[in-house]
Ligand binder design. Structure first.
Ligand code: SF4
Ligand code: SF4
Length: 225
């Protein structure tokens, strides 16, 4: 397609001394003002990235199974944003209440049916399961999380099996209660399975419920109250 689109003006700087997005990013993907290392971004890793998710990134992803947007949520400017009334952007198919084991149990036909008309469908069933396997591995050890992972142990895809085995190892090795790492903890305490969260104020990824963002229909992890 070769359309003569109008050229808009370059964005002007409005950040001042704010660093909220840099501080909030769970993976330190924003490496400097206006600079993002997409290879560390959870939105890239869960949606666009094919193949295995780098093991060192997995503990940092918490239970974000499709996108992230933490940087958007904390941005001062976005407090002026208003939720749209456009129905296409509303949560569908109970994605705002479903648990990770429930979503992990979807076979491909159910995945395709329930994500019809949603951008989630584009990433495909295998990546969907891959992402949930990582989230289940990051969840606090619980019988339903382990059962869900065990049910996919023999998945035909080697990619899936590797992620499931990784997640089960996390549960095997987890101290009680599981505490999830951040990039800052990783720098201090190298073994990711034992890394703890940097502060109680950071949104935590320990819950096993996927929560769609109402603006994008994208599951995010539930915020701590
Ligand atoms: S979407 Fe999430 S991981 Fe990506 S830059 Fe923003 S806060 Fe970081
Ligand atoms: S949170 Fe918003 S205002 Fe603050 S640095 Fe990031 S983009 Fe700029």
């Amino acid at each position: 397609m070769d359309l003569p689109l109008p050229v808009d003006a370059p964005a002007s700087a409005h950040c001042g001394t704010c660093t909220r997005c840099i501080d909030a990013c769970p993976t330190a993907a924003i490496i400097a003002p206006y600079r993002l290392d997409a290879r560390r971004c959870i939105s890239y890793l869960t949606i666009e990235h094919e193949g295995a998710i780098p093991p060192e990134m997995r503990p940092l992803m918490g239970n974000r199974i499709y996108g992230c947007d933490d940087c958007q949520l904390v941005c001062t400017w976005n407090k002026f944003a208003r939720r749209t009334d456009e129905p296409d952007f509303r949560a569908r198919n109970n994605l705002d209440t479903a648990t990770l084991p429930t979503l992990f149990a979807w076979e491909e036909d159910e995945f395709l049916r329930r994500t019809e008309g949603s951008p989630i469908r584009r990433s495909g069933h295998e990546r969907w399961l891959r992402n949930i396997a990582v989230a289940l591995g990051n969840a606090a050890p619980a019988a339903d999380a382990r059962r869900a992972l065990e049910s996919r142990r023999g998945h035909p895809s080697e990619l899936m099996r590797e992620h499931v085995h990784w997640a089960l190892r996390r549960h095997d090795d987890a101290p009680h209660p599981r505490r999830i790492g951040t990039h800052r903890d990783q720098a201090r305490t190298p073994p990711p399975a034992q890394a703890s969260r940097a502060s109680a104020s950071r949104p935590g990824p320990q819950e096993d419920t996927a929560v769609p963002d109402g603006r994008h229909g994208i599951p995010l992890r539930r915020r701590e109250q």
